[in-house]
Design a protein around this ligand. Structure first.
Ligand SMILES: [Zn+2]
Length: 208
């Protein structure tokens, strides 16, 4: 008699430190993945697919959705803020460059946004230098945004989308390239498409 079946096999994809929601302090975690296997005589032979991923606290053994990894250990808050500033600068300049034309009004809007959220005031001359840097490298809009976007709360995500729309609209028209880039932003930040569409239509309504 041949005994076959299926079984979930757990593997560790990553380890690190997070702020455990249950322990309410910094703990080690394991990012676990469960893969369903076809088994023969109880030996997992053929992977059948991903059954899910979760985060496990090394201390209380509580399991959580992946999002909790973004609960930064408190010491990392500064690093997070630095990355957030980088992301804003980078994304806004990317959107300004999206339609291939650098408009003066766009520049003013970008500078205002960068200085509103940043700790160091940027001058117009510094912005020009930075724009040249971004033009030269082939970095993608997700470069910095992917590190901070998904961990922002809904309001934080909304703020970034609205800033991006303000830059895109500042030259008086909303190009397809800009539209596509901002939609892409919402995806990188893991926003629901309903939420994104809501912000967009509200923004356009206020413009008219
Ligand atoms: Zn815990």
């Amino acid at each position: 008699m041949i005994i076959f079946g299926t079984r979930g096999v757990k593997t560790t994809k990553a380890k690190g430190q997070f702020n455990c929601p249950q322990c309410e302090t910094n703990r080690d975690y394991r990012h676990r993945k469960v893969t369903q296997f076809f088994t023969l005589y109880f030996i997992p032979l053929i992977p059948l697919g991903n059954k899910g991923e979760y985060v496990e606290c090394g201390h209380c053994k509580g399991t959580f959705i992946l999002r909790v990894i973004n609960n930064q250990p408190s010491g990392d808050k500064q690093a997070f803020m630095a990355m957030y500033e980088k992301a804003i600068r980078h994304v806004m300049v990317k959107i300004m460059l999206a339609d291939g034309i650098i408009d003066e009004k766009e520049k003013v809007a970008v500078l205002q946004i960068i200085n509103k959220f940043g700790h160091n005031d940027m001058t117009a001359a510094e912005l020009d230098v930075y724009i040249k840097e971004v033009e030269k490298d082939n970095s993608d809009i997700s470069t910095y945004l992917k590190h901070v976007g998904p961990s922002l709360n809904e309001h934080g995500k909304e703020v970034l989308i609205k800033c991006a729309l303000a830059v895109a609209f500042s030259d008086g028209h909303f190009d397809d390239s800009e539209k596509e880039m901002i939609l892409n932003m919402s995806k990188i930040m893991e926003m629901s498409s309903a939420h994104y569409k809501g912000i967009l239509s509200e923004f356009i309504e206020n413009m008219n």
